[in-house]
Design a protein around this ligand. Structure first.
Ligand SMILES: *[C@@H]1O[C@H](CO)[C@@H](O)[C@H](O)[C@H]1NC(C)=O
Ligand SMILES: *[C@@H]1O[C@H](CO)[C@@H](O)[C@H](O)[C@H]1NC(C)=O
Ligand SMILES: *[C@@H]1O[C@H](CO)[C@@H](O)[C@H](O)[C@H]1NC(C)=O
Ligand SMILES: *[C@@H]1O[C@H](CO)[C@@H](O)[C@H](O)[C@H]1NC(C)=O
Ligand SMILES: *[C@@H]1O[C@H](CO)[C@@H](O)[C@H](O)[C@H]1NC(C)=O
Ligand SMILES: *[C@@H]1O[C@H](CO)[C@@H](O)[C@H](O)[C@H]1NC(C)=O
Ligand SMILES: *[C@@H]1O[C@H](CO)[C@@H](O)[C@H](O)[C@H]1NC(C)=O
Ligand SMILES: *[C@@H]1O[C@H](CO)[C@@H](O)[C@H](O)[C@H]1NC(C)=O
Ligand SMILES: *[C@@H]1O[C@H](CO)[C@@H](O)[C@H](O)[C@H]1NC(C)=O
Length: 844
């Protein structure tokens, strides 16, 4: 019954104790020190994390069903640095829950149901630097709640029910290093001024609180550097006077975020005059026209966000003469349809320009005039229909260009030829069908190229010419399985530096065909994804050119017209360097014995969510380097086929079998239970019995043999015939039907009973009627007796051995029965029926 405990750990499963794969946590092989126990429905953390190694540095237990934490839950993990307990149902923190976590730097308790934070709850966390408490129901904060956290730097309290700013100020008053206090979306209305607030020297976030700006008037906040206060009250559309009085008194203020505050463009100059800002966020402020020096009053501005401000028109004059320090300009989600030549020219220091999701159907080359400093240009979702070789001539230094989700239909030769410094180019989500030869000419610095989610159905030999530094190429979600019979391009052969290639999720229209030379020239490729493709792709695909491959993703392969996906022998031939192989969710039913034999370096194998019923030794035996195996979500059988896996998975100290303690197994007549707890020891015992029986039989034969040679020399001949006959019979058995239903073996003393009772009842009266082979009646006259026995037994479906006290007393008779019945017994298929004609005392 204890098998179904929701937190596994202490279930009555002795075998589980030594297992390196735990029930509820996994230790990702690629992130040493990290333990992931997230999203597993854990209700009691203690038992679930009990087996974790004491070297764990990061523990993720988010998205579980924790309601509390028992004292000393983490005492065995003294080196823990970051702990995520977000998205649980924790209502209260007991004293001592965090005992022993002196080195913890980050604690995430957001999205729980904490109503209060008492003075002792966090007392042990003396090294804490970041505390996340957002999304709880905290209404008050005890003045000493954070008394033990002198090093606290960030305190996140958004989405709670705090109403007293003063209370928060008291609790944080002595935190010399506090640099961020987030109180967004609370119920803070009127702060009572007090000494505590003086020390808030930091970034303060007061978004979405019912606080009137007049309440901050005269408050001592001399060291406040950044203020987030969206929806400032009263709204700034009428009068900026009050706000300016407050903001002007914040002498250290350099960053101001007043989203949703409705400052009219005509008042921006006033705001600029009363502040000294380097960072300004005016998102969602209605500013349809920007012109006439509206930003002239912000000469020190370094970053300006105008996200979603309904801007329709943007003129060069908006910037005043110059904004010489502006580096970042966000203009996403506006209504810009075209941009005048040189519109950003006064922004000579601009390095990051975000124009995403405007309605710029065409870009003139003059748009980017004077933008010699620009490094990042984001034009995602702008309905652009074309780029020409002139488009970016004035933005030559751009290193990252995002053109995703536009309407580009083709990439003409040399379209990006001026972008010699480009390192990242995103062209995903367009409608590109083909790439002209030399489409990317000149992009000699390009490292990352995405062409995902286009309509590409073909790549030619020249598609990627010139991309000599390209490291990653994303071609997922195209239609690259539709090559013709005679297409045999090797499109990637011109990419000597390519390390990562994504060919996942191709739209499949049968017949599925990939060119045989597709992977030619990719000897340096390290990562390849072919996930979410039809199984037919792999029938003829050769991965052998990918000798340097380290990671291969073949998950979510689905059945195609050619049949279900199966791991054909030789599929992984030549991948001797492969370290990680993912085969999740591909409906695999069987692992052929030899399939992984060429993967000598494989360390990580994931076979999650397949249809594997058994795991035998053969496929895993060759994986000498294996350290991590994930078999979760397979319908394992509680059968002897899995006895080896059950033992190996728990006993092998070098391999983590991920989440092993949570695997279930199913068996005939066995309801679902924990795989590790299921008793398969009888499988091993069975083997023992076979060996025992074997040796016993051998010894008996030897004994009987020597006895026979001493006492019954003549029976040796019978023995020989018996063996010969048995051998013949065995060979012939299956090819023909049976002449008799049963062979009757009995002692001469019992023949009368057979004739009068057995034959009469079974052959004449019974329904159905049986045909029996009875020696005195059916044996061929003149033939050797043992030949007759042999013929009779092999011609019968069953052998009926009749035993009586008399039979056992007569030595000769007993031997006769023995010979016939032993023969039948060894023929297998359970043909032997032994009938005791009377009670026979045990000692016989
Ligand atoms: C914790 O795990 C959850 C679920 O896998 C994941 O979504 C989250 O990003 C993780 N958190 C951290 C900080 O790694
Ligand atoms: C961690 O556990 C190992 C044995 O499992 C032990 O030798 C070592 O001292 C422990 N370290 C700490 C810090 O407790
Ligand atoms: C505050 O930060 C400084 C500089 O990072 C550091 O030297 C000091 O130890 C910190 N103070 C506390 C109490 O952690
Ligand atoms: C505020 O800033 C001033 C000067 O920058 C500094 O002397 C003072 O210690 C700061 N106060 C606090 C509480 O950090
Ligand atoms: C904010 O306070 C001022 C002065 O105390 C008052 O005139 C105004 O009505 C208040 N506005 C709101 C929205 O509470
Ligand atoms: C604005 O800040 C700069 C330094 O960042 C300083 O030199 C200047 O005096 C400040 N101006 C005002 C009006 O506070
Ligand atoms: C696989 O290759 C064989 C011959 O090499 C060919 O007959 C067969 O049609 C190919 N199958 C697919 C699906 O391309
Ligand atoms: C494992 O199961 C599959 C299908 O259930 C079966 O075909 C195969 O023979 C089994 N393998 C072993 C080693 O028992
Ligand atoms: C499992 O294997 C180990 C090592 O091969 C062996 O010592 C142990 O007895 C086995 N356990 C069972 C239940 O067979």
């Amino acid at each position: 019954a204890s098998q179904s405990l929701p937190w596994g750990g202490s279930s009555a499963c002795a075998r589980c104790a030594g297992a390196f794969g735990f029930a509820w946590c996994l230790l990702p092989y690629e992130l040493p020190g990290y333990a992931s126990c997230a999203g597993r429905g854990i209700t009691q953390l203690g038992p679930a994390i009990a087996p974790l190694p004491n070297s764990t540095l990061w523990l993720n237990a988010s998205q579980n069903a924790l309601q509390g934490l028992a004292p000393a839950t983490f005492a065995h993990l003294p080196r823990l640095r970051e702990l995520w307990l977000d998205r649980n149902r924790i209502r209260a923190l007991e004293t001592g829950a965090f005992q022993g976590l002196r080195e913890l730097e980050l604690l995430d308790l957001s999205q729980n149901q904490l109503a209060a934070l008492g003075p002792t709850a966090l007392a042990e966390l003396t090294g804490l630097q970041v505390l996340l408490l957002g999304g709880n129901v905290l209404a008050t904060l005890h003045p000493n709640a954070l008394a033990a956290q002198p090093s606290l730097q960030e305190l996140h309290l958004p989405n709670n029910q705090l109403s007293q700013l003063q209370e928060v100020a008291m609790a944080t008053g002595k935190l010399a290093n506090l640099s961020l206090l987030d109180l967004d979306s609370n119920r803070i209305s009127a702060p009572c001024p007090g000494p505590g607030l003086i020390s808030i020297g930091l970034e303060l976030s007061l978004d979405e609180n019912p606080l009137n700006i007049s309440h901050l008037l005269g408050l001592p906040l001399p060291n406040l550097t950044a203020l987030h206060w969206s929806s400032m009250r009263p709204a700034l559309d009428s009068d900026l006077g009050l706000a300016c009085q407050v903001l002007g008194s914040l002498l250290a203020l350099t960053s101001l975020d007043i989203k949703h505050s409705k400052v009219p463009p005509s008042r921006l100059a006033q705001l600029g005059a009363c502040t000294n800002l380097t960072w300004l966020d005016l998102s969602t402020t209605p500013l349809s026209r920007l012109q006439g020096g509206v930003f002239r009053a912000f000469p020190r501005l370094e970053s300006l966000s105008l996200d979603k401000c309904k801007i329709q028109q943007l003129k060069q004059s908006a910037w005043g003469r110059v904004l010489p320090q502006l580096r970042v300009l966000i203009l996403r989600r506006n209504h810009l349809t075209k941009l005048e030549d040189g519109v950003f020219r006064p922004l000579s220091a601009l390095t990051h320009l975000d124009l995403s999701r405007n309605r710029l159907t065409y870009l003139y080359k003059g748009t980017f005039l004077g933008m010699a400093s620009l490094r990042t240009l984001l034009l995602q979702g702008c309905q652009l229909a074309a780029v020409t070789r002139d488009t970016f001539v004035y933005a030559r230094k751009v290193e990252a260009l995002d053109l995703s989700d536009n309407n580009l239909q083709y990439i003409k030769a040399s379209a990006f030829q001026s972008l010699l410094h480009l390192r990242t180019l995103l062209l995903s989500g367009n409608r590109i069908l083909t790439l002209q030869k030399w489409a990317f000419k000149g992009l000699t610095s390009l490292r990352h190229l995405s062409l995902a989610q286009n309509g590409l159905y073909k790549l030619s030999q020249g598609s990627f010419l010139g991309l000599k530094a390209l490291e990653t190429l994303d071609l997922s979600r195209n239609r690259l399985l539709a090559y013709g019979k005679y297409d045999s391009p090797a499109p990637f052969a011109s990419l000597p530096a390519l390390r990562g290639l994504d060919l996942g999720s191709q739209e499949a229209q049968p017949p599925v065909r990939l060119p045989s030379k597709l992977f030619q020239g990719l000897g340096n490729l390290q990562e390849l994804s072919l996930r979410d493709n039809p199984g037919g792709v792999f029938l003829n695909l050769s991965l052998a050119p990918l000798a340097g491959l380290l990671f291969l993703d073949l998950s979510d392969i689905y059945p195609s017209r050619e049949g279900p996906f199966s791991l054909r022998p030789g599929l992984f031939q030549g991948l001797g360097n492969l370290r990680r192989l993912r085969l999740d969710g591909s409906s695999l039913r069987d692992l052929p014995g030899e399939v992984f034999s060429s993967l000598a370096s494989l360390e990580w194998l994931s076979l999650r969510e397949n249809g594997l019923r058994n795991v035998s030794r053969a496929p895993l035996a060759g994986l000498a380097a294996l350290r991590f195996l994930d078999m979760a979500g397979n319908p394992l059988a509680c059968s002897c086929e899995n006895a080896w896996f059950q033992n190996w998975s728990a006993a092998e100290p070098g391999v983590q079998v991920a989440l092993l303690g949570s695997y279930l197994c199913l068996g005939p007549g066995v309801s679902e239970g924990l795989f590790q707890a299921h008793d398969l020891s009888f499988c091993w015992a069975d083997l023992g019995i076979v060996f025992f029986a074997g040796s016993f039989a051998a010894i008996s034969l030897t004994l009987v043999g020597s006895l026979a040679s001493a006492k019954l020399g003549w029976t040796l001949r019978y023995g020989f015939y018996l063996l010969r006959a048995w051998g013949r019979g065995r060979l012939r058995r299956d090819q023909r039907g049976y002449q008799y239903d049963a062979y009757v073996s009995c002692c001469a003393e019992d023949e009368a009973w057979v004739v009068h009772m057995l034959l009469a009842k079974l052959e004449e009266e019974g329904q159905p009627r049986f045909r029996l082979c009875f020696g005195p009646r059916d044996f061929a006259p003149g033939a050797y007796y043992l030949d007759n026995v042999q013929r009779g037994v092999s011609g019968s479906r069953k052998a009926l051995c009749l035993l009586s006290a008399r039979a056992l007393e007569s030595e000769w008779c007993s031997l006769e029965i023995h010979l016939a019945c032993a023969r039948a017994y060894y023929r297998g298929h359970d043909p032997l029926v032994v009938v005791f004609l009377e009670d026979i005392p045990n000692f016989r």
